[in-house]
Write a protein that binds this ligand. Structure first.
Ligand code: 3HC
Length: 311
């Protein structure tokens, strides 16, 4: 770039201003945004599967309606985020292909099974709770389209988290069997939800640059701490136990002390060897193939429309 383009970019970042699609940007800035935004979009779309698994088996019409609304929201979040990524010069087809051929990542959290109804509560409370902690700072991301998409996503995410908390509360006020089911779900989702924030800062290859470019506003460990601090009082209200006997506030360090997180499990899941990775990708591939005729019909209709308009 000539000096003043780089300088203009650096000044916009320094002033906390937005970088818009038409602005000059370093190629590495563009690439890391395509990486993060597309993976975020993939997470939303894959994230529809664990909950979709319970729409036909929700315990009441009210719960069914709420769960359907939540899964539809996630499809919409995927749409906003794919659209934001497309402003950086990648196509929807390329991103879909990267997801289906396994070269693109999506959040590890969606590679775990949802065997009971209580999982719908644990996902809402823990997974959407973690997503809120991670996504609120992203509303101030330096890249305009991403930050603006996050504002809308965060509004809907808080409804997701509330309904999850409420499902668990109803179960914890129920029978012993319902209480045990809720505790079992919290036990299975707690540690994977901490891994959503990414590896420890010292093992995060992207954090330094993402923070310099004001894409990432806080480090992985700081947001993980913020999330744990939010969960502790809510777990007390619910009457559930967080599955970490070492969890305690360390007043000297002014932070939560937790047991060691199993980063080997994290690496396994990211390498495609989690409990549900193959199922999630196969479902996505099948949906893409089964939907090919719709895309072809829409493209043919658009072609004919364009011809008609030229007549
Ligand atoms: N699952 C999968 N991959 C993960 C991960 C996770 N939980 N945490 C980190 N990674 C990957 C990173 O993508 C990176 O790999 P890459 O360079 O090939 O992309 C590598 O592990 C190292 O991690 P870094 O900390 O260096 O990477 P980042 O700086 O990108 O930080 C992040 C990771 C915090 C997840 C960041 O990418 C981010 O904030 N992404 C946007 C938010 C997001 O994706 N949230 C999770 C989805 S939950 C959701 O949105 C659905 C909701 O509706 C419930």
């Amino acid at each position: 770039p000539d000096v003043d383009e780089q300088q203009a970019f650096d000044e916009l970042i320094a002033q906390d201003a937005r970088i818009e699609p038409r602005d000059w940007m370093p190629e590495a800035y563009r690439k890391t945004l395509i990486r993060q935004i597309s993976q975020h979009a993939h997470s939303e779309i894959i994230g529809m599967q664990p909950e979709g698994n319970w729409i036909t088996r929700a315990p009441s019409l009210k719960r069914k309606a709420i769960l359907m609304a939540k899964v539809q929201d996630e499809a919409g979040h995927g749409l906003y985020l794919y659209s934001a990524a497309q402003t950086l010069g990648i196509t929807r087809e390329e991103m879909t292909e990267q997801l289906i051929d396994g070269t693109a990542k999506y959040s590890s959290i969606f590679n775990y099974p949802t065997p009971t109804w209580a999982d719908m509560g644990a996902i809402g409370w823990l997974v959407d709770g973690a997503a809120i902690v991670n996504q609120v700072p992203l509303c101030r991301c330096s890249y305009g389209p991403y930050g603006r998409a996050m504002v809308r996503v965060c509004k809907e995410e808080s409804f997701h988290q509330r309904q999850g908390f409420e499902i668990l509360l109803a179960l914890m006020q129920g029978t012993d069997a319902q209480r045990a089911m809720a505790q079992d779900a919290v036990d299975r989702w707690y540690w994977p939800s901490l891994m959503m924030f990414g590896p420890p800062d010292e093992e995060s290859p992207n954090s330094a640059r993402s923070m310099a470019w004001k894409i990432k506003r806080f480090g992985n460990d700081e947001l993980r701490q913020r999330f744990v601090g939010m969960l502790v009082p809510q777990a007390e209200v619910l009457g559930v136990t967080l599955p970490d006997p070492e969890l305690a506030w360390d007043d000297d360090a002014q932070q939560w002390h937790t047991s060691a997180i199993d980063w080997d499990e994290f690496t396994e899941v990211l390498s495609g060897r989690g409990p549900m990775n193959a199922v999630r990708i196969q479902n996505r591939r099948t949906a893409h193939e089964d939907g090919a005729w719709v895309r072809e019909a829409a493209a043919e209709y658009a072609r004919k429309q364009a011809l008609r308009e030229r007549e």
